[in-house]
Every structure is written in C-alpha cells, then in structure tokens.
Design a protein around this ligand. Sequence first.
Ligand code: SAH
Length: 354
Amino acid sequence: MTPLEQIIHRQIERFGLMPVSEYMTLCLLHPEHGYYITRDALGAQGDFTTAPEISQMFGELLGLSLAQAWLDQGQPPEFTLAEIGPGNGTLMVDILRATKGIPNFHQSMQLILVEASSAMQARQKSALSDYDVCWIDNLSHIPPKPLFLIANEFFDCMPIKQFRRTNEGWQEQMIGAKDGSLHFALGKAVDPDAFPQAKDMEIGQMFETSSASAAHAEAIARHIGAFGGAAIIIDYGDWICNGDSLQAIKDHKKIDVLTDCGLADLTAHISFRDLSTSAESFAHVSAMTTQGVLLERLGITQRAQSLAVTMTGDVLENHITAHNRLTHPSQMGDLFKAIAIVPHGKPLPAGFTA
Ligand code: SAH
C-alpha cells in the first residue's frame, strides 16, 4: 500500500465513503504524496507525453494564434500572457520563442503561470529562466487587464464527480475501503431530475460532472468578458462525454484507478458542452474543433516542411512521426478537441470558427 493509500483508507474509516472528486484531489495534489507534487510526470521518461513535449510546432502555432488575437484587439499595451497548468513549461517556452518577433508583444506582456504544485513551479522556473515570470496558484489572482491564456491538458485533471443512473434515481459513485483495498460503491440517491442534460440515459449508465472545471471556465470567460483577451483550451474529450472516463496512467500505460494512489496520473475526459455552457454567459465561445483540424488550419504542415529542410536520419523520422501524432485522426488529431473564448463581438483567434 502506498503512503497515500494508507491515508485514504484512514479517511474512509473515519468519515465514510469518499467522493471520486476528493479521491482525485488527494491523488494529484496531496501536499506530501500527490502525483504532481512528487513525480516527474511528463515526457518520455515520465508517465505521459503531452503535445508540446512531442513537438515544438504545437506551442509555436498556438502562440501565434494568441498573438494574432492580441493584434486583432488593438494590441493592448498592457496585458497578461498566461498558462494554466503549465507542466514542464515547454508549451510556454515555445509560445514565447514564436512570438518574440512580434513588435511590442513581449514588451507589453506580464507573464503569469497558474500552477498548484510547487514542484512543478520549480521545473517551470528552470525552463523559463530567461523570462520574468510570476506564479499564482489560482485564477482569482489574475490582474485586471486583458488576458491571453492557454490551457492544454489542464481541465482533464480537474476533479470530477460520477453518478450512476439506478432504479433509485441518480446515485453518486463513491470509494469505499475493505480488507486492505479500495473499491467503488454507490452512495445515497440524489434527485432523479438532478441532471436534465442526462435525462435520456439508461439505467446503469454513468454521468460525470466537474464543478472545478465549470468554475475555471467561468472565471476565464468572466475575466475575458470584462477586460478583453482570448483563451485557447485544448484537451481530450468531446462535446458530450457520457460514461465512465476516469483513468489512471503510469509509465504510459492504463492501470486500475484505485491502485498506486499518488503514483499515477488520474484524468477524466472533458465535456466541451459543459465548459462552453459555463463560459458563454460572460464571453463568446467558438465552435469546438479537433486538434488535428486546428493545427492544419494554423499551417502545421508548412511549418513541418520548413523545419524538415535541415533534418536528416533519425531526427527527420522523429519529426515526421511527431507531425503525425499531433494531427492524425487515429492519434491525437481527433481525440483532442479545442475551443476559444473571446469577448462578445471580437474576432476569434486564428484557426477557430464561430
Ligand atoms: N500544459 C502542460 C501540462 C499539463 S499537466 C502541457 O501541455 O505539457 C497538468 C498541469 O496542471 C501540471 O502542471 C499540474 O501540476 C497542474 N495542475 C493540476 N491541478 C491544478 C490546479 N488545480 N491548479 C493549477 N494547476 C494545476
């Protein structure tokens, strides 16, 4: 049993069944044993690889798209460039390199990284040692000026709650402990009309909600609606995600979500409908697009070709594979989706449609 598993067992013995949301928060961000606190999570040596870790092209193209939105909004002379959940800092490094040549962009920006884990902050600090960066641990500290923000694979680690439709109505799926191991158990029934958007789901099916995701989407849209700016959100999921999407990844493989607490990355699929609903009272939300289509619209093939000119051998092979991984429908191209958020009446960042 991992030390965190012991803590979880004790909490369940004391307080009873634990909601999945609390389990995710403990596994990911427990101050001593949480996954993002202790593990070298990202990259080939870590447990999972994100798009910016695959190729520099991802951050370059998205950085230019955000910078285009800044130009379209009249180049506000003071703005925040932010990433929420910046991982190793690779995405922001690529965004900054690609936007260096845009007159006044770097001179006008305040660079802010929103990161909950001090261990991840330390990694970001070394990746971004050439820049003046300010770290905050939640969005409420974003300064009152236009905000140009990117979030890649951030929302998937937001805690979710799971509900199963039963003959009793909706019952929350909880986590119990017995004979030294954790197991799923259904909690008390909640109002059968609690989730009107899931009213057609059959008995036995599962529905997931994330109040943390909704609160983050709302905070980003509220800020952009009030002060200007643009956000690009990319993650794996779909417009509507029904079913049980909770998964644990360790050493690039799926494992049982109730074992190796604190040693595996725990994520859930994003329902972009829910993100959009939370955001759209405050700002305009684009149509959802797939990552593959977005990157093609931003010119990834031309960029790949121009980078390839000086490459040979394994480097060239890896570059071609990376392009394919990011864009091909059978790889990340279709699995990952994107939306953009801008103030009502302002143009969307390049690559997005209304
Ligand atoms: N965007 C990066 C890495 C994503 S991994 C990339 O594309 O490579 C998820 C990141 O979100 C990690 O840095 C993790 O520490 C951070 N994180 C997790 N929960 C968070 C929270 N509640 N607030 C801020 N950051 C969080």
